[in-house]
Design a protein around this ligand. Structure first.
Ligand code: NAD
Length: 552
């Protein structure tokens, strides 16, 4: 339909409905209102400093006897109070997630409201754990009533409206047109936000190595950095980050992969197993260096954090090594938006209820460009891997229901032990567009040989679920770059460890410190984050002991 230039608002950045409704609470700005009055917490203009006691327990098992020694470790956290002026540079900016993120930030920034068949709709940040969920911070004296605050108020965080937006795409379509191509937003919102999107221009040209994404994406690739010299590509991307930072006077740029899912890279000794080998492989343009790995290396070398929102193994060992060497920050993999998020709650619920899932069968169909790319075998494989490990830790934690792995001669486990059958199928059905359908069957053993079958049908508006996750990951990453710690007052403060596993809540296959265990349980992931944020202001974890309600 041709736009009506005189009355539709299509050609003017000012929406006719702008500001008709007050700002939604999830988008509202509040002064940082929390002060902890305790000898453990101190405030200066620049920092919040908090003493924290990290309590745990060391367990040894011998002859079936568990011997437990409680442990306590003193840690001091110091958080820089002023959020950095932050840019978000997305790789894949012109895709469904990238355009939806830009358009919804712009809609929030300008408070553009729009008509739907249900009435007038206002922009908000529903779906953002930071902006739209709360944390129990304590109880009111006298009444004992619980007090909850927005998670984003626990420590000073960047407001999503303030993120400076930019990035790359192998498709050069201008952002307003790319938003219409994505077919995610209601037309009345899209037409009003289009002039703002137009001001973002076209994404920067990107690195395109056709071997890594599906062949069906080739037609989009009209905006690529020339040549096949990977070292030159690396320098090009580093210069892009540097220029974006300077031009927008930014203190921090979060570089975020929300481009197509790539195939897995082979891990080859001498090529991508160490930082030096990887840097050398880039110099010699080795074929196993993927575009996403190149972007991760560029971000680390520029001193900026990198987050991987897709499932491929961007973080080959050489990238982790490089991040450690530069004390850089990385996080991933794969946004946990729909089916896997539910599974990380549902499987845990069953196992923790003492019920034994025998099989979990998951089907998806979707019709957006992500689905088109995933219809190719090697790219599907990356997604299948990231979706399939989600129940591992829950099963490993319960050896009453699932047999432990056999043990080899040196006591080493052989295989994974008993496990529910778990399959994941993804099909491309263009008609359903961005509205992914996920069907899951949980088939479980219950009391005395009984069986229980639970079927879940979940319709996900894919990009509308994914966008708030990208925002949370970006805002949290920026925050985590401002937190330092020391275990002894005599020591200097250190930054957090390079792999930001505190981002796990938003990620399907969380990357963790090599050699440590992955936590997939959504509840535990959220608990870790709440506990960490509270620790940074000197509050103990969110104990549900609620002793005052249990004693006289
Ligand atoms: P999309 O296909 O709409 O967008 C991807 C964009 O990346 C496209 O515009 C494409 O041109 C661009 N691109 C491909 N290779 C590139 C490169 N080398 N450099 C720069 N740009 C490149 O996909 P989407 O729906 O926005 O999803 C993006 C990614 O997020 C996918 O990998 C998807 O699997 C992952 N993801 C999405 C969701 C969700 O719910 N939407 C959930 C989890 C993970």
């Amino acid at each position: 339909m041709a736009p009506n230039n005189t009355s539709s608002g299509y050609n003017t950045p000012d929406s006719s409905l702008e500001g008709v409704l007050p700002v939604h609470p999830t988008a509202a700005r509040r002064p940082h209102a929390i002060t902890v009055q305790s000898e453990n917490t101190s405030y200066t203009d620049e920092y919040i400093t908090a003493q924290y006691q990290n309590r745990g327990a060391e367990v040894t098992v011998s002859n079936g006897q568990y011997n437990i020694v409680p442990t306590v470790q003193n840690v001091e956290f110091r958080t820089k109070r002023a959020p950095a002026k932050t840019g978000l540079m997305m790789i894949g900016m012109g895709g469904n997630n990238g355009t939806t993120l830009c358009a919804t930030i712009l809609a929030n920034r300008h408070n553009i409201v729009w008509h739907t068949k249900n009435g007038v709709q206002q922009p908000n940040y529903i779906g953002s754990m930071l902006r739209a969920s709360t944390v129990r911070i304590g109880t009111e004296p006298g009444t004992g009533r619980e007090v909850h605050v927005p998670v984003s108020d626990v420590l000073p965080m960047v407001h999503p409206n303030d993120l400076v937006l930019g990035g790359w795409d192998i498709s050069g379509m201008p952002m307003d047109k790319a938003m219409f191509r994505a077919k995610v937003l209601d037309y009345d919102l899209a037409r009003q936000v289009a002039p703002h999107m137009e001001l973002l221009g076209s994404p920067l040209p990107s690195v395109y190595y056709p071997d890594f994404i599906a062949a069906n994406q080739e037609a989009r690739a009209d905006n690529v950095i020339a040549g096949d010299d990977k070292q030159a590509h690396l320098e090009h991307i580093r210069a892009d980050i540097c220029k974006f930072k300077q031009e927008n006077e930014l203190d921090r740029v979060v570089v975020f992969w929300t481009a197509n899912t790539e195939r897995y890279s082979d891990i080859i000794p001498g090529v991508n197993d160490t930082a030096d080998n990887l840097l050398n492989a880039i110099k010699t343009s080795h074929s196993e260096v993927s575009p996403s790995t190149l972007f991760a290396v560029a971000a680390i070398l520029e001193g900026e954090p990198f987050v991987n929102g897709a499932p491929q193994n961007t973080f080959v060992p050489g990238v982790i090594d490089l991040a450690e060497r530069h004390k850089g920050f990385i996080g991933g993999d794969d946004l946990k938006s729909g089916q896997t998020k539910l599974k990380s709650v549902f499987a845990e619920f069953l196992v923790n209820a003492g019920i034994k899932p025998l099989s979990i069968a998951s089907y998806n169909h979707l019709g957006n460009n992500d689905g088109h790319n995933l219809s190719a075998e090697r790219q599907f494989k990356s997604k299948e891997i990231s979706k399939s490990s989600v129940v591992d830790d829950m099963v490993n934690a319960n050896r009453l229901l699932y047999k432990a792995p056999e043990v080899g001669p040196k006591g080493e486990p052989i295989g994974k032990g008993e496990h529910p059958d778990h399959i994941v199928v993804i099909k491309y059905v263009p008609a359903v567009g961005d509205s992914k359908r996920a069907i899951d069957e949980y088939y479980s053993e219950i009391f005395c040989g009984g069986r229980s079958t639970i079927n879940i049908f979940n319709e996900c508006e894919d990009s509308l679920l994914a966008t708030p996750l990208i925002l949370d990951l970006t805002i949290l990453t920026e925050l985590l770059t401002r937190v330092q710690y020391r275990k002894d007052k005599a020591n200097e403060y250190s930054p957090l460890y390079s792999v930001l596993s505190l981002l796990s809540y938003m990620l399907k296959a969380p990357l963790v410190k090599p050699g440590t265990e992955v936590v997939n349980s959504l509840n535990r992931q959220r608990n870790a984050l709440e506990t960490f944020l509270k620790a940074c202001i000197g509050l103990e974890g969110n104990s549900d002991l609620l002793l005052e309600t249990r004693v006289w």
